[in-house]
Every structure is written in C-alpha cells, then in structure tokens.
Design a protein around this ligand. Sequence first.
Ligand code: AMP
Length: 186
Amino acid sequence: MARGGYIPARLLCDFLNVENLLSIQSQHWTEAAKVAEKALIKFKYNVDLSGMNALLVDDIVDTGESLILAKNFIIGEWKPNDVKIATLQWISPVAKLKPDFYLIEVKEWYWFQYPWTRLEDTYQFIKRLLSEEGLSKREWTLEEIIAKFKELYGVDVGLNYFKDAADLLVENSFLIRSDNKYLIKS
Ligand code: AMP
C-alpha cells in the first residue's frame, strides 16, 4: 500500500518471486502521530484481478482503518479470488484488524520510525516540539533543537536529517534562519 508499504512490498516481491506489484493509497494519518478523521482511497483506478490472489502489504496496522478500507475496495472493485494482508507490525490492543502475516505484535502504542519516512517524521516532530517549547523560547540553535528532540523522543536520526528537516522548516516559512540560529516565526 502506498506509501508505507512500498518498500516492504517490493522486498516481498523479491523474496516471494512475485512480478506484479500495484499500489493503492488509502490515507488515514496526514501527519506523523496525528490521525485524520477518516480514511479515504486517493486514486480509485480500475484493475481486473479476477483469477488472482492478492497480498496487501503495509508497514503497520495501527487503527487498521486504512487497510480495512483498502481491502474492501480491492475486493469490491478489483475482484481478486482472495486478499490476504501482510505488515511489519500490528498494534494489537487498538487494531480493528489482525493481519494474516506480521513480524511483530506491538502491545503498547508507539510511533515507529521507518527509514522511508525519516525526513517527513523528523520535520513533523521538530515542528511539534518547537510549537510547544517555542512558547517560552523562540530562538534555537540546531544543536539545541537536536538535544531537545533526543530528550523528548529518544531518537537520534543523524545530523543530515536534522539539518534537512530544519532547512525544510525554513523553506516552508515556519522558521527564519539568521546566522547560526533559528527563529520561530510568529
Ligand atoms: P492505520 O490506518 O491507523 O492502521 O494507519 C495507517 C498508516 O499510518 C500506516 O500504514 C502507517 O504508514 C502510518 N502509521 C499509523 N500508525 C503508526 C505508528 N504507530 N507508527 C508509524 N506509522 C504509523
């Protein structure tokens, strides 16, 4: 499933010797760790999967809303013989769906940091921390941002990701950079 399932799905094609790979974008979380109101299918293109079995792959089942929607869409519109679901993790206490195949059952909710969402997540988590901490402190050095990020989220994503995320926040007018400092725009 686009976008979280792309890389796991491509790897599964390799390991399971599968040639056909399609993508469906069922979107639920618009921002890291912030759930949108409702899941929706973005591009409802038509495919005929009759006579075939489908394996629907995603990174994680959290609420399960996006996969439920995608599975129903695929069954109703693409009409394969069967659809099974494979994910890396599923968060069993909150998930409304149990994947047929998974690597890890997660018992306590956690926001997973995948390599394919690292910049996006770093950007959003920095934005969130600055929005909250910025109420009492408006001017930050990159080192201060990194230290706060590590303190709050317990993750070190590496200097390049911190730099790129801060650059993007400047580009998107959330921050202003002057000398070696970042100022939160009011
Ligand atoms: P959901 O519909 O709630 O099962 O989640 C939809 C998508 O949001 C997942 O396929 C992930 O790409 C992303 N997502 C949701 N929860 C998490 C989480 N706890 N950690 C990382 N990514 C998540």
